[in-house]
Design a protein around this ligand. Structure first.
Ligand code: AMP
Length: 215
């Protein structure tokens, strides 16, 4: 299985990618998670990317394409992958097409998850992330006994810098301007399918599984 989950911030790409990853034993490749890990570990990449990520802007295409090249050439993705957060610009999408061709890998599907901006703003405003295991919780859905502590691993829950309301508005603008055009790119090459991601997690998952079954 070689998939891209595509859509605006907060649409649920990470949540659905994790479900598909454990069901099909295929790695979930989140470029956002990779950048956040690099920032925490204070690697050269992390130091370069921190201000950009925190402010809701996009890290440069060159850096991101380099990261994806390394991942797709690694042992980890040899039996498949679920990409979450990449590609985010048309040049990234084109570079991915070239890279897949070079590595003789066939991309099966790009699943476009759709939800309106109002819902995105509401979801991100209630999203908490675990500093230790990276799991995501939503104060509107998950019943957390203690909203400061991850119920899975006990790590500290926090609101991502870029989930703060001022930055969310900026991320939605960046999405509309730079990322949404990627949809057209995949529509034209016949890989795009769309699901309504406004429902609850299991319902969206059912739609994605039905769609994968059909392909
Ligand atoms: P995410 O967790 O997918 O929402 O990503 C968080 C942030 O990481 C984004 O707002 C960007 O600053 C950066 N980022 C992640 N993936 C990419 C990408 N493919 N291109 C550029 N920036 C990215």
């Amino acid at each position: 299985m070689r998939l891209i989950l595509f859509g605006p911030p907060g649409v649920g790409k990470g949540t659905q990618a994790k479900l598909l990853s454990s069901r099909f034993h295929i790695p979930h490749i989140s470029t956002g998670d990779m950048l956040r890990e690099a920032i925490v570990a204070e690697t050269e990449l992390g130091r370069k990317a921190k201000a950009t990520v925190d402010s809701g802007q996009l890290v440069s295409d060159d850096i991101m394409i380099g990261i994806i090249r390394d991942v797709l050439q690694s042992e980890k993705t040899k039996n498949g992958f679920i990409l979450d957060g990449f590609p985010r610009t048309v040049p990234q999408a084109k570079a991915l097409t070239d890279l897949l061709k070079e590595l003789r890998i066939v991309l099966e599907s790009v699943i476009n998850m759709e939800v309106n901006d109002r819902e995105v703003i509401e979801r991100l405003g209630k999203r908490l992330t675990c500093k230790s295991c990276g799991r995501i919780f939503n104060l509107g859905i998950d019943k957390l006994a203690d909203p400061t502590k991850c119920p899975h691993c006990g790590g500290a829950l926090y609101q991502r810098e870029d989930d703060k309301p001022e930055t969310v508005a900026k991320r939605l603008n960046v999405y509309a301007r730079s990322t949404a055009p990627v949809k057209e790119y995949y529509r034209q090459i016949g890989l795009l399918t769309t699901v309504d991601a406004s429902g609850e997690i299991n319902e969206v998952n059912r739609q994605i599984l039905a769609l994968l079954n059909r392909r």
